[in-house]
Design a protein. Structure first.
Lengths: 176, 596
């Protein structure tokens, strides 16, 4: 089950999303169960399986992060682990301050709110930056595929997930 | 062309599929006409079938207007808004001295629509597309499908109501764009955001609340009126079901009037007493503010999930009777910064869309395709009561995920998988769908078994689970134990007795109708025998006609309408020469009398 093959494209990390959507729509027109509503059971089941595979493939490939994870997994990388070694040291300090602010907020001290808002903006900026870096690494890998770049991508994905979790937590506290 | 020629072209047509909106308050059926979708009216000319079921004195059930008419007089023997209970399909509802499950109640309404459609087309209808709220979970969808089966309808597809509405608006004609469909009905609220491109309707995200709708507004007004009445009449009427039901109808009337008037009256006459209260739109708006507000949260979440902002929405479509309320319209307009479409009747638009989807399935409607999503994440219970998500919400359906399972004990032959739906982390906060039991696993040492389980959500939004032993390559049997729904056997046992009767009725009608056709043909033949052309026919032709005539008479008194039809075709063929001769005779006759 190669998602790239399902959509009929080369296994690149950088993809043109408009082209991908066109391919997806075209294949959907051919495979969707609606097209086989009157067919016999075995054909209907095949359409169901094929179109779910197509949808799974499109869902994984249209999102850069999911695409990278899929790509790494297919090349034997374990992507589930979140090594703290991938968290940049300057971020650890941020996290330490953030935790203090969160504690204050939890104990009913609303004065930490502005600090949290600043932290949120900061993390959002970091997240945006990691997306840019991811694009650069994609480009590097597509130009010259290799283990080294993939390792860098994995590191970036871990860092990104860490930032995203922080952002989600801060967001949660601020909206409560 | 023979004189007796009858057009049998219909026989070759594929079976008709109708579209049905099975609503909380009202239900409708529609079909795809040559010019577009049309609502199917009952023989009495009614387009709407109220989703009300009543138990009659003789123990039989009626649904629709006949049932609604009994609401006030027989509140204990009637059920309404049963769609709200589809979540607990196996829990029966009390109606008079009997009990019926929510899918059975739905089935009575569906049967009413099915009969209307059969009267309309003069043929049996057994296939349908049925709409459901987009935010319906797996159990509610399965219950809706079961309702169809109980009513003798094969539900070929469940379509989400907001998506159906988008289809009906034909917004694909503008080719590109992003639309939001805001659907506030009698009992449920949905918001869906779709992207349109070249006939493809791709749902980006959906959200909603399956316990929010016009019924809740009625309850707010009821509360005020009941308090008033208790004070004015000196005693509360809350326990008097007939009084409460009569008041509910008065309150609904007042609510509906306030969509057009600024002030109206709640007017109740009951048991020789009268209650009147002026109510202003302003008061209503103050009352329903929290309800309207409650719809906006899901709208914002839906935008966020679709990774869009209000400015990205090109068009907004309003669906459901409750969107007639000016305050609701204004709230939607404010949020999406776009004037909503209201051209189509919000009560009918969903059924029309269902008919279009029926047309897509039958192949009549080409170039249009719906790509819908699953509204809720699907997961399995793992260690410590935690839910591990397998398929995330807003995934395009069909969608699938495979997961490896093994055994924890030596010689273990069964594995139980608990499947849940919902967004929360813990099992207790999610909705239990079913327990799937993998049975007959080859007994091996702990951790050695390799079972690959495939979770697949089909185009109806319903989960299918299959499993394979990857060591032996054999299909693994899976037993399903629904947490709240009906088992297959239970549904089978509920299939309405009246269905089999209905089928007999249809057969009888078909025979009757075919006899009428045969009468016409036989009369035409008798007439023709008086014509000169008959006597000019060669003996062999006359004999052939007579033989076909006798065979038709034999079939005529039988019960097989197909046989009557076949014999009519034979007679028609045999008498072709006669018909031609008659034409010639007529022409000669005409020429004789003509002076040149």
């Amino acid at each position: 089950m190669d998602y790239y093959r399902v959509l009929g494209i080369d296994p690149k990390l950088q993809l043109n999303l408009n082209e991908l959507q066109q391919l997806f729509y075209g294949r959907s027109r051919e495979l969707h169960p609606d097209r086989f509503a009157r067919a016999e059971a075995s054909v209907r089941e095949a359409a169901l399986n094929e179109s779910s595979l197509l949808n799974d493939a499109y869902r994984a490939l249209k999102d850069p992060v999911q695409r990278a994870e899929y790509f790494l997994k297919n090349r034997g990388f374990d992507i589930g682990e979140q090594g703290t070694k991938d968290v940049p040291p300057q971020l650890l300090e941020e996290v330490f301050e953030l935790n203090m602010a969160l504690e204050e907020l939890k104990s009913g001290d609303d004065s930490a709110r502005p600090q949290l808002a600043t932290a949120r903006d900061q993390f959002a900026a970091l997240l945006a930056q990691s997306d840019v870096e991811l694009g650069q690494l994609f480009e590097a890998h597509d130009g010259q595929p290799g283990e080294a770049v993939l390792k860098q991508i994995r590191g970036l994905l871990n860092r990104r997930r860490y930032i995203q979790n922080l952002l989600r937590d801060v967001h949660g506290y601020l909206s409560n | 062309m023979g004189t007796f020629q009858i057009d049998f072209g219909d026989a070759a047509k594929p079976e008709r599929i109708i579209g049905i909106d099975l609503g909380t308050t009202n239900s409708l059926a529609a079909f795809m006409d040559l010019t577009g979708p049309e609502i199917i009216a009952s023989p009495a000319g009614e387009r709407i079938v109220p989703s009300v079921v009543a138990l009659l004195e003789d123990g039989s059930f009626v649904a629709g207007n006949a049932a609604k008419a009994r609401l006030a007089q027989h509140p204990g023997e009637t059920l309404y808004s049963t769609k709200r209970f589809m979540d607990r399909a196996a829990t029966p509802l009390k109606i008079g001295g009997k009990q019926i499950t929510p899918p059975e109640a739905g089935a009575h309404v569906l049967l009413e629509l099915k009969r209307s459609a059969e009267a309309f087309f003069g043929e049996e209808i057994s296939k349908a597309v049925v709409t459901v709220p987009a935010y319906f979970n797996d159990a509610q969808r399965q219950a809706t499908k079961d309702a169809g089966r109980i009513a003798g309808l094969e539900v070929l597809r469940l379509v989400n109501e907001p998506t159906a509405a988008a289809l009906a608006y034909g917004l694909d004609k503008r080719n590109q764009g992003t639309i939001a469909v805001y659907d506030l009905g009698g009992g449920t609220f949905d918001i869906s955001i779709l992207k349109l491109a070249d006939g493809i309707f791709e749902v980006l995200a959906t959200n909603g609340d399956t316990y929010l709708g016009g019924d809740d507004i009625d309850q707010l007004l009821m509360k005020i009126a009941l308090e008033d009445i208790a004070a004015e009449w000196g005693a509360p009427v809350d326990q008097d079901a007939a009084a409460v039901e009569t008041l509910r109808q008065a309150v609904i009337q007042a609510k509906e009037q306030l969509s057009f008037a600024l002030v109206t009256n709640i007017d109740l006459e009951y048991g020789g007493k009268r209650y009147q209260r002026e109510i202003s739109r302003e008061l209503l708006e103050r009352l329903i503010q929290p309800i309207v507000e409650k719809t906006l949260g899901p709208c914002r979440q839906c935008l966020e999930d679709a990774k869009l902002t209000p400015a990205d929405i090109d068009e907004v479509v309003l669906v459901g009777g409750s969107t007639r309320i000016p305050m609701v319209r204004k709230a939607v307009e404010t949020l999406f910064k776009s004037k909503p479409h209201t051209e189509l009747n919000p009560d009918e638009v969903v059924a029309l869309g269902a008919a279009i989807q029926a047309g897509i399935l039958s192949g009549e409607v080409k170039d249009t395709l719906l790509l819908d999503v699953t509204p809720l994440s699907l997961g399995i219970e793992t260690m410590g009561g935690v839910v591990t998500k397998l398929i995330h919400r807003n995934s395009t359906i069909p969608a699938s995920e495979t997961e490896q399972f093994t055994t924890a004990l030596d010689g273990q032959t069964n594995v139980l998988i608990h499947v849940l739906q919902g967004e929360r982390e813990l099992v207790k906060d999610c909705r239990s769908l079913a327990r799937f039991e993998l049975t007959g696993i080859e007994p091996v040492s702990a951790g050695l078994a390799r079972i690959e389980v495939k979770f697949l959500i089909d185009a109806n939004g319903i989960l299918n689970v299959s499993a394979k032993d990857t060591r032996t390559g054999k299909e693994q049997s899976v037993e399903v134990k629904p947490s709240y729904g009906l088992t297959d056997e239970q549904v089978e046992a509920m299939i309405l007795e009246s269905i089999t009767n209905a089928e007999a009725d249809i057969r009888e009608r078909q025979v009757r109708e075919m006899r009428v056709e045969a009468d016409r043909m036989l009369a035409a033949l008798e007439n023709a025998k008086q014509n000169d052309a008959w006597f000019e026919l060669p003996e062999a032709d006359r004999e052939a006609i007579q033989k076909a005539h006798n065979e038709l008479l034999l079939a005529y008194h039988g019960e097989d309408y197909k046989l009557i039809q076949d014999q009519m075709e034979k007679l028609d063929k045999a008498s072709l020469v006669l018909a031609e001769n008659m034409m010639n005779t007529a022409v000669r006759g005409a020429l004789k009398g003509t002076k040149i």
